[in-house]
Every structure is written in C-alpha cells, then in structure tokens.
Design a protein around this ligand. Structure first.
Ligand code: ZN
Length: 124
C-alpha cells in the first residue's frame, strides 16, 4: 500500500510505500529534502530530519542533483555559503540568487523544481 506524505520543505505531497514507522527517514522526490516520519496512520506526517543546517542543505542539494541527474558548476561552495547566510539571517535556505525570502524560493526554488535547469541550463 502507498500513503501520502506532505513535504514541509516544498509543500507538495508524495507517495511512499508502506510500512512506514515513526522515526523513519524519507527523501522527498520533488525537492530532495530528508524528512523524518513523526506520525503514521491514515495520513503520514513528516518533519525536516533533525540535523545540522550545513549537513541538511548539503545533503538536500546533492540529493536533488542526483534525482535530476544534474551536475554542479564550480560555484557550488559559494552557493552553499550563500544558502547558509540566508539560513542564519532569515531562518531558512532561501535561494541566495533571489531577492525575496518566500517559501517558493527555498532551495531548490520552485523554478528549479519545475525543471528550469533542464530548460535553460542553470538555475538563474
Ligand atoms: Zn519536498
């Protein structure tokens, strides 16, 4: 049986194969976020996997790139640095290339999740 899980990072629901237990780690197939199952039952609830912010964002961008078969350019460490600055200043990993610190710009930003990289060759 498959059940729905809501991703608190990209705010999209995805399906997981049961059985799932509280404490299990899941990867959101849309944004690459690592999640921890907090509740099971009719609806599975999950939160961001508790881990150090730098580990969280590094794993997320690596997972997202792997899911999409993308490769990083030479600016990867600068982008991670920018993401950490946004996290420290604004409380989440908003895209360092974008001005607005809104949920759609949480890395990977909505355009990137909607395949902008595939269409245009890069994110922004
Ligand atoms: Zn997600």
């Amino acid at each position: 049986m498959k059940s729905k899980v809501f991703c608190p990072v990209c705010r999209v629901s995805f399906l997981v194969q049961e059985p799932v237990q509280p404490g299990d780690a899941l990867i959101c197939p849309v944004c690459g976020a690592k999640l921890e199952v907090t509740e099971t039952g009719a609806e599975i609830k999950a939160r961001r996997f508790p881990q150090e912010p730098l580990v969280e964002i590094t794993e997320r961008v690596d997972t997202f790139a792997r899911l999409k078969s993308y490769v990083f350019n030479e600016n990867k460490s600068l982008v991670l640095e920018g993401l950490m600055q946004k996290f420290e200043t604004y409380g989440d990993f908003y895209c360092p290339c974008r001005f607005d610190n809104v949920p759609e710009n949480i890395c990977p930003c909505l355009e990137t999740r909607m395949n902008q990289v595939r269409k245009e060759g890069s994110c922004l």
